[in-house]
Ligand binder design. Structure first.
Ligand SMILES: NC(=O)c1ccc[n+]([C@@H]2O[C@H](COP(=O)([O-])OP(=O)(O)OC[C@H]3O[C@@H](n4cnc5c(N)ncnc54)[C@H](OP(=O)(O)O)[C@@H]3O)[C@@H](O)[C@H]2O)c1
Length: 254
């Protein structure tokens, strides 16, 4: 993170701030002067402010949109960020076998909420002069086949395409829109994967082995890498994987 980037005042929202990567993002915010607003069902201990919201409930999305607009109106700093990290891997299991209500909540939280909250964020910030970033947490599951994760993988694939299209709409001078796959990270989500049965999730052993071999990434390391991506000259709408970041062309190297 450059000095130029850590200077100034930032307005930051992180959904999923009460756990895992979201909490680590809040704990590692690189700006000394930042208003950091966490969004989740549980209170988190690190944000300066918190919006309690169940993002699998569409009736709660407009309240988040109103909070975006209200805070942006009163903000005169130079950086505005929304990281959409809230997500769930539940219910893990084959389509047709999982519990329907949990399945609906997964679709609403992982597929629908990122698009609608992303729209509400861009609506709130599009006429603001500050540098603006919208970062969606995605997953390698958007591209790989994992029986037992159909709706999770479909959601992340949808997020990736939404980011490509929206980034193209925003172009070089608009809101920077990125999707970031964090790799396999040592969070509650990974604990839940290891707790499945082979019938629910036939590939569970891969994740048990990664955990046993100490190969899960530390959430704080991942969070710092995500912050470091901002201000890199990635094409708007890039879908990035922290394990395999593309070379970026700086003006000096172009
Ligand atoms: N961990 C990994 O290996 C991994 C790999 C690839 C991608 N990802 C992605 O990275 C993101 C963060 O994952 P994580 O591993 O940090 O997950 P996590 O440890 O399970 O934390 C999930 C966060 O999402 C919030 N959340 C869950 N359901 C919610 C709801 N209905 N409404 C509002 N907030 C809700 C939780 O807060 P509350 O329970 O308080 O609401 C919590 O703060 C997710 O999008 C995930 O898909 C993770």
């Amino acid at each position: 993170m450059s000095d130029a980037m850590t200077r100034g005042t930032a307005l930051i929202w992180v959904s999923g701030a009460s756990g895992g990567i979201g909490r680590a993002l809040v704990a590692t915010v690189p700006w000394a002067r930042a208003r950091v607003i966490g969004i989740s069902r549980r209170q988190d201990s690190v944000s300066t402010e918190h919006i309690e919201a169940d993002l699998s409930d569409p009736e709660q999305w407009p309240r988040v949109g109103a909070a975006f607009r209200e805070a942006v109106t009163r903000f005169s700093g130079d950086r505005i960020v929304f990281v959409q990290a809230a997500g769930t891997i539940q219910p893990i299991g084959f389509v047709g076998n999982v519990e329907t209500r949990a399945y609906q909540e997964n679709v609403l939280l992982n597929s629908a909420a990122p698009q609608v909250l992303g729209h509400l964020f861009i609506e709130a910030v599009q006429d603001v002069a500050a540098t603006r970033h919208l970062v969606m947490l995605t997953s390698g599951a958007a591209k790989s086949i994992y029986p037992g994760w159909a709706t999770y993988g479909a959601a992340k694939a949808g997020v990736d395409q939404w980011v490509r299209d929206t980034g193209a709409e925003q172009g070089p001078d608009g809101v920077q829109v990125l999707a970031v796959a964090p790799g396999t990270v040592n969070t509650e989500m990974q604990t839940q994967l290891r707790a499945t049965t082979p019938e629910e999730f036939p590939m569970r052993q891969k994740f048990i082995d990664l955990h046993r071999d100490g190969k899960l990434s530390d959430p704080n390391d991942v969070a710092r890498k995500i912050w470091d991506l901002l201000d890199e000259p990635y094409d708007n709408g890039s879908v990035l994987d922290l394990r395999n970041l593309p070379e970026v062309r700086t003006p000096a190297s172009a």
